[in-house]
Design a protein around this ligand. Structure first.
Ligand code: GLU
Length: 323
């Protein structure tokens, strides 16, 4: 079955869901801008969710830093901010339901045990397939560590608004996956599905690093009876050599080495161009508000590139022609 999403029939509800494990970086800027423009061009809502489930990795002060950065860039979110760290009870309900229905099971395996037994990952897959040692019940002498959800052999297909058709057979890519981690927190995959459904999110626009998570999330949506949103995965920002962004490339912070109040508009202009949009050059010196309004009026997902790319050089002066 192809998941087509349901954002045509309802008011669009999009969201931006940063993790406060570090400051916003160029990739976050692209995700914030893309999700904002896509939601607002359809007269929709743009929600903000702070994904602070992984408490050991949360950096104190980062949530406020994210709010400040978004505000400085002119982004205004709708409604109350949702904090995942305050929602354990809600995730627990869905987890209990999946356990009760036999769709999920306690798992006593450690990572190293799995790595020893699992077959090598299929090409392109980032994880080995869970070999299913605890699928039929915890083996004697093993204590539960995590909770996994069962996956079947069917292929999950969906149409991504940017990347096109995507198909994945979960049993061949990672297999049964963790929805409650051995170290305590509910896993991202479960939380994101529960939160998006509860907030009425019907349009998910985010970085392509999460493309491989989407079939898992669709699987959970089906098990929990939640609608599948429309998906748009944006190209990743790479460093100069095509590899991951490094500190020097400002992967670490949008604000590092720049005054966002003065240069935020230039960043937004460049982010639009990174996303394949063509804001007129006379908008180079425009305010953040004007650039965001242009994005809302003219953002075209059809021209967003599918491949990762470098962020336009920040040393360029957009006041002198943009290119
Ligand atoms: N919290 C994730 C991140 O910062 C994004 C999750 C999502 O958009 O689904 O990369």
């Amino acid at each position: 079955m192809i998941a087509t999403g349901h954002c045509d029939s309802n008011r669009t509800v999009g969201r931006f869901a940063p993790s406060p494990t570090g400051p916003l970086h160029l990739g976050s800027l692209v995700a914030a801008l893309g999700s904002y423009a896509m939601a607002k061009r359809e007269g929709g809502l743009w929600l903000l969710r702070i994904e602070d489930l992984d408490s050991p990795r949360v950096v104190p002060g980062m949530t406020d830093d994210i709010f400040r950065t978004l505000e400085t860039l002119g982004f205004q979110w709708d409604g109350e901010v949702l904090f995942q760290s305050r929602r354990a009870d809600v995730y627990r309900e869905s987890l209990d339901r999946l356990l009760r229905e036999g769709a999920a099971y306690p798992c006593g395996c450690s990572r190293s045990e799995i790595a020893r037994i699992a077959t090598a990952p299929h090409s392109g897959d980032e994880e080995p397939v869970y070999p299913g040692m605890c699928r039929a019940g915890l083996p004697e002498g093993k204590a539960a560590r995590s909770v996994r959800v069962r996956v079947g052999d069917e292929t999950i297909s969906f149409h991504d608004g940017i990347m096109g058709p995507v198909s994945r057979t979960l049993s061949a890519s990672g297999g049964d996956f963790v929805i409650k981690r051995a170290d305590g927190p509910f896993a991202y995959q479960l939380a994101v599905v529960v939160d998006d459904a509860e907030s009425g999110v019907n349009q998910v626009v985010r970085g392509a690093d999460l493309l491989s998570s989407t079939p898992r999330q669709i699987h959970l949506q089906r098990l929990l009876g939640c609608a599948t949103p429309c998906y748009y995965h944006l190209p990743l920002v790479t460093g100069p050599g095509g590899g991951k962004l490094s500190k020097r490339d400002n992967a670490v912070s949008l604000a590092a080495g720049r005054d966002l109040v003065r240069e935020g508009n230039r960043l937004l202009f460049d982010a639009l161009r990174f996303l394949g949009q063509e804001p007129p050059s006379d908008l180079c010196g425009a305010s953040c508000g004007e650039l965001l309004q242009w994005a809302v009026d003219f953002f075209a997902p059809e021209t967003v590139p599918r491949i990762p790319g470098q962020f336009p050089s920040r040393s360029r002066d957009p006041g002198r022609g943009g290119e």
